[in-house]
Design a protein around this ligand. Structure first.
Ligand code: AHR
Length: 503
């Protein structure tokens, strides 16, 4: 792959797409493998605080600043009895978790999760079990969490040491209920009817909650997108968000196509956005439902049978994917899509947060940030305000799966309250540096405040406990801005963030 010429990016502070929902910078934590036990909660670790939470993990999670965390699953949710995980720890049952064939000790449950969220200043997002769980149990959990301590389940919360309501605002109505692998899988209509009744009862306990409906588990499901249409037609007025899940892979080792996956992500959003528009029109509704991409990540290396089945042990090593440079570039593009489609994507949760398909990896006394940690951190820290509709003129390259694609994948944000703007650029070339001219239209910066860059010459390069900062952001010297123009050279296989103050 060899390319010459130059690219141009035009940034116009007036050309806004929509405000960026901070909840697109959210995470996901499931009772799976070593995500909870040995991940965030590990009383045996030298880094544990008095409650058994890992202080080194808490510090990394504060830095990456997830605005919300979805919990407790995932597939685990569909067999979970929430009452097992509250109350005195020595009375909580050990159970077989059928989803991951693991032993669940229930030493970590709803209240510990809420305490953990407070420690990292994140909004809890709880799921209710619509697999084996009843609509009554779903409503009881809302009472337990959000009602004043005057009735049975809310009083139980007070007895457990929490007199004040937790006020959990975000609630998922089950998980991947379209999937035959799901415990208590339902057909779309059955699910829609159950979710609608659960939603009704949950809102009677607390009318202020936000509800997220299960969409298709991925865009390859034979029932997609009909599942989405059917469930939404039944639940339209009862819900606020519709979920989408997707895990990207480079199983064919076709890196040029893998690096162009934003095309596929956008296609998936386009289809579901159309379904939302169709139902809104059909129902003559004034209500809006937005997308919650509440499981997204690269996941294909750690997918052997032993990555899914824990052999009935506690905290087995499941799906501990190691992320490389090309994965990091796919993650960065995915977040570009969250900005470019900020009009319809209002929640996104990277799956997951620690050890299991995660940007963070722990040993009993150590923590490692994988390559993907850094783009998530940069977006989460620097993208705010509105997404801008940047115009990009880029040389193109050939891919086996998507035909010819632009070498650059770009998004931008502009926060008019602070004047801060950030430009996020992926160079998909595996071989060539690409000069790019930045042109500001309308507001322009006097200077570029910072340029952060992550790159690697080998798409398969990773971080390890021996070489933890092999792939990490570096600050490069900002180019001069003159007459609203600046020029940068983007290395091959790179992700660059340009920070400016627009005046
Ligand atoms: O994140 C791992 C699993 O992937 C989740 O439990 C499930 O929802 C999805 O299939």
């Amino acid at each position: 792959m060899s390319h010459s010429s130059k690219a141009q990016i035009y940034i116009d502070s007036n050309r806004t797409i929509s405000s960026i929902s901070p909840l697109v910078f959210s995470g996901f934590l499931e009772h799976m493998g070593r995500a909870i036990y040995e991940g965030i909660y590990d009383p045996a670790s030298p880094h544990a605080d008095a409650n058994g939470l890992r202080t080194d993990v808490l510090a990394a999670l504060r830095e990456i600043n997830y605005r919300s965390i979805r919990y407790p699953g995932g597939n685990f949710l569909s067999g979970y009895r929430w009452l097992d995980g509250v109350g005195p720890r020595d009375q909580r049952p050990r159970r077989r978790d059928l989803a991951w064939q693991s032993i669940e000790t229930n030493q970590f449950g709803t209240n510990e999760f809420i305490d953990f969220c407070k420690q990292i200043n994140t909004e809890p997002m709880l799921g209710v079990n619509l697999g084996t769980g009843t609509i009554q149990e779903a409503a009881d959990l809302v009472e337990y969490c959000n009602a004043p301590a005057e009735t049975k389940f809310a009083q139980l919360r007070a007895e457990h040491g929490y007199p004040d309501p937790h006020n959990v605002k975000y609630w998922c109505l089950g998980n991947e209920m379209d999937g035959p692998w799901q415990i208590g899988h339902l057909e779309a209509e059955e699910y829609g009817l159950k979710a609608r009744e659960a939603a009704k009862m949950m809102r009677w306990h607390d009318p202020d909650i936000n509800l997220i409906l299960c969409g298709s588990s991925n865009a390859y499901m034979p029932t997609y997108p009909d599942w989405d249409r059917t469930a939404l037609e039944i639940c339209w007025d009862a819900v606020d968000y519709h979920s989408m899940h997707h895990y990207a892979n480079n199983r064919d080792n076709d890196t040029s196509s893998f690096l162009a996956l934003a095309a596929e992500f956008e296609g998936y959003v386009d289809t579901l956005a159309s379904v939302l528009r169709y139902i809104k029109a059909k129902r003559r509704s004034k209500h809006d439902v937005y997308l919650s991409w509440d499981e997204w990540n690269v996941w294909y290396k750690a997918t052997t049978p032993s990555d899914f089945r824990g052999g009935w042990t506690e905290a087995p090593h499941l799906s501990e994917e190691i992320y490389n440079v090309e994965d990091m570039l796919v993650v960065a593009q995915w977040m570009n899509v969250f900005l470019r489609r900020a009009d319809v994507i209002k929640i996104a949760c990277v799956a997951q947060s620690v050890n299991v398909i995660s940007p963070l990896h722990t040993t009993r006394d150590g923590i490692l940030k994988h390559t993907t940690y850094y783009p998530i951190m940069l977006f989460s820290q620097l993208a705010s305000g509105a997404a801008l509709d940047v115009a990009v003129k880029s040389p193109r390259y050939e891919t086996p799966k998507f035909g010819d694609m632009p070498l650059l994948d770009v998004s931008a944000s502009y926060d008019e309250t602070t004047g801060k703007s950030a430009l996020f650029i992926v160079n998909r070339s595996q071989t060539d540096s690409l000069p790019v001219e930045l042109n500001w239209q309308a507001l322009s910066p006097r200077a570029i405040s910072a340029v952060h860059q992550i790159s690697g010459t080998d798409p398969k390069a990773v971080n390890s406990f021996e070489n933890p900062f092999n792939i990490a952001p570096v600050r490069v010297a900002p180019p001069v801005v003159q007459d609203g123009r600046a020029e940068l050279v983007l290395p091959p296989l790179s992700f660059t963030v340009v920070e400016t103050d627009l005046a």
